[in-house]
Design a protein around this ligand. Structure first.
Ligand code: C5P
Length: 238
């Protein structure tokens, strides 16, 4: 059997149940999708299960959103890089210039296929009132841009971006910054708790490099079919 063509989508494996995770991994990778593991899976099972579940060569996004003093984040990036060889790891841009810089330097310690450092700007769960609670001006878009510029100037390789911000970020940032975009819903699927959603083709056309799609695959009655449909939807427009 030939390997499926690589599709620029990470399937979010958000569960602590190993059987369920294995089934989702089979569904996603069978359709040529990459894998995203985040805090939920990682807190339960750690690097050993990430390694075991990831087929050789499958793109891996480790979404651990590190935010700590630079020395600690650098150590975590070195450890995660050595243990799992991810393609991307996330840090919070609000950790500051020195922390992002330390993350990038630590990533560069991995000569073969170093992980890209993605910065998270303002969590989409926060609104203007939350920023004001933190003593910041209550303008979410301005804060996203401010942190995005800081991340780019501090050595981040890319950003996690809400779909609604792709256009602005593409206009503002160097073209070599990767944009990885969650909140994507294939044609005809339910939005769930994602408030502002976009289809895969819309997001890619606006300048997303990678998409993150979870529940439209994992909550589907047939995850393998859902993953294949997404791959087909993208393939048709590509
Ligand atoms: O299930 P769904 O497609 O909504 O999955 C979204 C994935 O993307 C989850 O793993 C979630 O943590 C992540 N994410 C998000 N919204 C953001 C940032 C990350 O949904 N703004």
């Amino acid at each position: 059997m030939t390997a499926p063509r690589q599709i620029p989508v990470f399937c979010a494996i958000d569960t602590t149940d190993l059987d369920r995770a294995s089934a989702w991994v089979r569904a996603a990778t069978g359709a040529g999708l990459g894998l995203k593991f985040g805090k939920e899976f990682f807190a339960a099972h750690g690097p050993a299960e990430v390694r075991r579940l990831r087929p050789d060569g499958t793109p891996l996004f480790l979404d651990l959103k590190f935010h700590d003093i630079p020395n600690t984040v650098a150590g975590a990036i070195r450890a995660a890089g050595a243990a799992m060889r991810p393609d991307f790891i996330t840090v919070h841009a609000s950790g500051g210039r020195a922390m992002i810089h330390a993350a990038r330097e630590a990533a560069e310690a991995h000569d073969a296929g170093r992980p890209g450092i993605l910065a998270v700007t303002v969590l989409t769960s926060l609104d203007a009132a939350d920023l004001i609670d933190q003593g910041l001006p209550g303008d979410v878009t301005r804060q996203v841009l401010r942190l995005a510029r800081l991340a780019a100037a501090s050595g981040a390789d890319g950003l996690v971006s809400a779909a609604a911000e792709i256009r602005t970020l593409r206009a503002e940032l160097p073209r070599n910054m990767s944009l990885v975009v969650p909140g994507i819903r294939p044609r005809g699927s339910a939005a769930g708790d994602q408030k502002r959603v976009m289809t895969p083709l819309e997001a890619l056309a606006l300048g997303a490099d990678w998409l993150v799609i979870g529940r439209p695959i994992t909550a589907s009655a047939d995850p393998a079919q859902a993953a294949r449909a997404i791959a087909g939807e993208i393939g048709v427009g590509a």
